[in-house]
Design a binder for this molecule. Structure first.
Ligand SMILES: [Fe+2]
Length: 296
């Protein structure tokens, strides 16, 4: 019970053209057609209508993050449960549900004020994907969009909220330099959510990065070539993580936070056989800091 995957994110962006170019021509996502340039940009990685929505705006920032649950009954149960522990929960309007291409959803704020949503019933698109550039594809589906990492006032307290109230399970911990992060899963993906202390100039509630995963190492390598060729601001060079074993690199997106683009993350198929560990480094190799500010 609880949430089953990272379903979608919505971000306000001040430079939609730069985002569109990055997401399609570098990362290979499918951009859905839109009526006009003020309409949101919607990006598809699998059979969900879209998983990333970018809203042209004056300033940049996360508008919402959506977590899927498996049924209407479970959605109602979770919404009632959050209300019962004092969280303000509001049902999304039919127009808002249509914008997200889900049947029904509820909004609430997590302990750090992160604009969060729980939903059920994603609208499915049966047309084959038309990638923004030739790539093999994205590892999403039942594993969800990918993962998101946030800074928190008290990451242990927030993690307790996600585990106790929303059904996340603990994956592991990494502490390095001044940073201290907790990784959690809600399906076999090693982590759909990680929470860390507010280091590296972040404030509680800030989105550090989101990750999308390809189905081939070559997709990551080719995107890396394009990033270097186009001098897209690289944050971490190609490298491999200690805990989820993802091989990835990080860039700074036009809104100022990071995107991790990776391949080959490990799965936690059986919680009963999973041993929680605390790691003292994020990387097995690579992931060299390519910018002034350190990032995950
Ligand atoms: Fe990550």
């Amino acid at each position: 019970m609880g949430v089953t995957q990272l379903g979608y994110i919505g971000v306000n962006v001040s430079d939609p053209d730069a985002w569109l170019d990055l997401m399609t021509n570098v990362f290979g996502l499918e951009a859905r057609e839109r009526k006009n340039k003020t309409a949101p940009l919607q990006f598809r990685v699998d059979d969900h209508h879209h998983r990333i929505a970018l809203y042209p705006a004056k300033s940049d920032g996360l508008q919402y993050i959506g977590w899927e649950v498996a049924s209407m009954d479970e959605l109602r149960r979770l919404a009632d449960h959050l209300s019962s522990i004092g969280v303000t929960v509001e049902q999304g309007t039919p127009a808002e549900a249509d914008a997200r291409k889900v049947l029904t959803f509820f909004k609430f704020r997590d302990p750090d004020g992160i604009p969060s949503e729980i939903y059920y019933g994603p609208i499915i698109d049966h047309d084959p994907l038309r990638f923004g550039r030739p790539i093999s594809g994205f590892n999403a589906g039942r594993l969800g969009l990918g993962h998101a990492v946030f800074a928190c006032k008290d990451q242990y307290k927030s993690a307790e909220f996600y585990m106790k109230e929303l059904g996340f399970r603990l994956s592991d911990y990494i502490a390095w330099d001044d940073a201290d992060a907790i990784f959690m899963h809600c399906n076999p993906r090693h982590h759909s959510l990680a929470l860390m202390n507010p280091v590296f100039g972040m404030k509680p509630g800030d989105l550090n990065h989101f990750m999308i995963e390809t189905t081939s190492m070559d997709d990551v390598g080719r995107a890396y070539d394009l990033v270097l060729e186009r001098k897209i601001p690289l944050i971490l060079t190609l490298g491999r993580h200690t805990n989820d074993l993802m091989t990835s690199f990080y860039i700074k997106n036009p809104s100022g936070f990071a995107i991790e683009y990776g391949y080959g993350g490990r799965l936690i198929e059986d919680d009963a056989k999973w041993d929680v560990r605390k790691y003292s480094a994020t990387k097995l190799w690579g992931h060299q800091l390519a910018m002034a500010e350190p990032m995950l």
